[in-house]
Design a protein around this ligand. Structure first.
Ligand code: LLP
Length: 379
């Protein structure tokens, strides 16, 4: 990536840098496929809620997928139509449900029978009808990190396959619920696309069973999860959207008039973002060198939390390479962005880019050690 380093020099580090061009290119790949097949893509705002990003996404015409009342509020404040908002989450509080009902969101993705009963009750109080999709746990292994696998029976998410039919029967007597569809989300950073074929097959079976019970399904939502290439952000700046959408087109048996919805987060925003940080000190140990930078795990927690890999580059130095452990200032050993990282020879004041940080970076930041939040720019 060609960073506008001149623009960076005067900025306070660390900061998130978002490349508008990459985001626009990604969005046009998504919207092209969306148009081709008549699909509906919602951006999973949990991946990035920065208004600069949301502005581009709204202009591209995507909807929004939320998992909290504040995310619903954020989507509304950033100009998204309520009728393009879907709202998932295993633990929706009453105020969050009411917020969604009052705003008139498109659909609640409901994760349990008790939740459904409360939505029915609250909708009754407000004299509204809630559109719901049942989030079904399809028991499909996403072959990804265990912390971000969600579609297995042992995960807390969704309604078990065994319970779906009886819940559909109960919905028939819930006055303030309209069953719109079924929803799935099996995990994140999925790079083995065959996993999505398995999901399609499972959904086809579920649809057949529901049809046999005369349950009408207007829309299917397959969630998100498409992975990106963290190792090669320059060679592969875009996720494999072509094959991804083609798989659903080929393997999912939609009925006449049925809508297909997606909730993509990471694949849309990860590659456009980098966390830019400055080297404070180069500390030489007996056996290794540490590049101590001014960004910490509070700014980007993915390496500490998931042992996630982010490509690290010294974007100032042109000198030949050396190896460094790149660490932050937070008082934890896990505050380490990479060990034995090969970098251009590094000195105090150099700028370092932590790549592919546009998804689950800025949104997961904290004030730990009472550190400030990093700023963001999108020139
Ligand atoms: N829909 C639902 C219901 C979700 O729970 C998620 C993500 C998505 C859509 C979007 O998934 P994506 O397309 O971004 O994979 N913090 C972790 C990722 C957690 C994902 C949680 N759910 C990370 O940094 O890797």
């Amino acid at each position: 990536m060609a960073f506008p380093i001149n623009k960076f020099q005067s900025l306070k580090t660390p900061f998130y840098y978002y490349d508008r061009e990459i985001l626009k290119q990604t969005l046009s790949l998504v919207t092209e496929k969306q148009r081709q097949y008549g699909y509906h893509v919602h951006f999973a705002v949990k991946a990035n809620a920065n208004p600069l990003i949301l502005n581009e996404i709204r202009e591209a015409g995507l909807g929004i997928d939320c998992v909290s009342g504040n995310e619903v509020q954020c989507a509304l404040e950033n100009g998204f139509d309520a009728n393009k908002i879907v709202f998932a989450g295993v633990g929706k509080a009453d105020w969050e449900i009411k917020l969604g009902l009052e705003a008139g969101i498109q659909c609640f993705n409901v994760e349990s029978l008790p939740e459904l009963e409360i939505i029915n009750e609250l909708a009754g109080e407000l004299n509204k009808t809630a559109n719901v999709a049942l989030r079904i746990n399809p028991n499909v292994d996403a072959h990804t990190h265990s912390y971000i696998t969600t579609g297995m029976e042992e995960n807390k998410f969704g309604i078990g396959l065994w319970e779906v039919e009886s819940i559909c029967e109960k919905i028939a007597s819930m006055k303030n619920i309209h069953l719109k569809g079924i929803h799935f989300h099996i995990g994140s950073q999925i790079t083995d696309l065959d996993v999505f074929k398995v999901l399609c097959t499972r959904i086809n079976e579920i649809q057949k069973n529901l049809e046999a019970k005369k349950v009408k399904i207007e829309s299917v939502n397959v969630g998100g999860g498409l992975g990106i290439d963290y190792e090669h952000p320059d060679e592969r700046p875009h996720a494999d959207f072509g094959n991804y959408f083609d798989i659903f087109h080929k393997f999912l048996e939609l009925r006449n008039g049925q809508e297909l919805h997606f909730e993509l987060g990471r694949a849309i925003v990860a590659q456009c973002g980098s966390l830019i940080t400055r080297v404070l000190y180069v500390k030489e140990g007996q056996h290794k060198k540490f590049a101590i930078v001014d960004a910490g795990m509070n700014d980007l927690i993915r390496p500490a939390l998931y042992h996630a890999y982010h490509k690290i580059e010294n974007i100032t130095s042109q000198e030949e390479c050396d190896k460094y452990d790149v660490v932050g200032p937070v008082c934890e050993s896990s505050d380490c962005f990479g060990k034995e990282v090969v970098l251009n020879k590094t000195k105090r004041g150099d700028l370092i880019a932590l790549r592919s940080a546009g998804a689950y970076g800025e949104v997961m930041a904290s004030h730990y050690n009472l550190r400030e939040f990093a700023q963001s720019i999108m020139p």
